[in-house]
Design a protein around this ligand. Structure first.
Ligand SMILES: NC(=O)c1ccc[n+]([C@@H]2O[C@H](COP(=O)([O-])OP(=O)(O)OC[C@H]3O[C@@H](n4cnc5c(N)ncnc54)[C@H](OP(=O)(O)O)[C@@H]3O)[C@@H](O)[C@H]2O)c1
Length: 247
């Protein structure tokens, strides 16, 4: 099984950034691609450009997911939609931001796999790709976002065990910083720009290439996880409080 053996794909979060690059990459390879997001105008423009089929769905609403996807039969699910919200430390976080990130980044992924995978298992071929994050693998100062991406990481590991022997492959892609709208949406224009300037970020097309590489691998190969960062970004560090600050 390589990309040319797959016929169709669902890409979530297709209206911008990584999702848009994925839709372009897949349609260029002749894959019938369903492009899902909330912003209809963006999806319509992408449909005109690439020939993809738009699906306007708010992934926080399970009934909307079920309505839109009940008849959908695809070989590839790319669970890419997701976002961060300016959360601050958890002891100061906004409750709505917590629910929003959990619904968008985690619950929707579970519902999508639940909706799409029975047909993959029945056909004994298919590919599930999850866009995680380095934030799901390493500590960062964003407890909720990191926890949602950590959940995706373990979900992928668990799915591989559940699906072993079915022919369905599961790939997790964990990017560092990518040049998309992500940071402006999460932190507002000024802080978003600050977080994405002064170094060379990954491009959405870099993530799409990694996904295509995993889809293109022969059926005997499951590329389980790819962690990729900008060359000018490294993850990790040590936090030390100033002495005398603890009561
Ligand atoms: N950019 C980075 O540095 C980075 C790093 C690591 C991981 N990631 C991950 O990469 C994925 C894609 O993000 P991006 O960087 O491409 O950001 P982006 O440009 O902001 O794209 C996010 C996409 O998710 C969609 N989305 C958000 N909430 C949704 C909802 N409730 N229902 C349906 N669609 C929804 C948005 O579409 P609508 O607003 O039109 O619904 C948009 O298409 C995310 O999972 C993100 O966590 C990004």
């Amino acid at each position: 099984m390589s990309l040319s053996d797959y016929g169709s794909a669902l890409v979530t979060g297709a209206s911008s950034g990584i999702g848009t690059a994925l839709v372009r990459a897949l349609t260029e390879r002749g894959i019938k691609t369903y492009a899902l997001a909330r912003r209809r105008k963006r999806l319509d423009a992408l449909a005109t450009e690439t020939g993809c089929t738009p699906l306007v769905v708010d992934l926080r609403d399970k009934e909307e997911i079920d309505r839109a996807l009940s008849e959908l039969d695809v070989d590839i699910l790319i669970n890419n939609a997701g976002h961060g919200r300016s959360e601050g430390p958890l002891h100061q976080a906004d409750v709505n931001a917590i629910y929003d990130m959990i619904q968008t980044n985690v619950s929707s992924g579970l519902h999508l796999v639940r909706a799409i995978s029975p047909r993959l298992v029945a056909r004994r071929h298919g590919h599930i790709v999850m866009i995680g994050s380095v934030a799901g693998l390493h500590p960062i100062k964003a407890s909720v976002y990191g926890a949602t991406k950590g959940a995706i990481h373990l979900l992928c590991q668990n799915l591989r065990i559940e699906l072993v022997g079915t022919g369905v492959r599961v790939t997790e892609i964990c990017p560092g910083r990518v040049r998309t709208e992500f940071f402006e949406h999460a932190f507002g224009t000024a802080q978003g720009r600050e977080l994405t300037s002064g170094f060379t970020l990954l491009e959405p097309e870099d993530i799409a290439s990694a996904v295509v590489h995993a889809l293109d691998a022969p059926q005997r190969v499951n590329i389980t996880m790819v962690e990729m960062t900008p060359t000018e970004q490294a993850v990790g560090g040590l936090q030390i409080a100033e002495s005398g600050n603890i009561a």
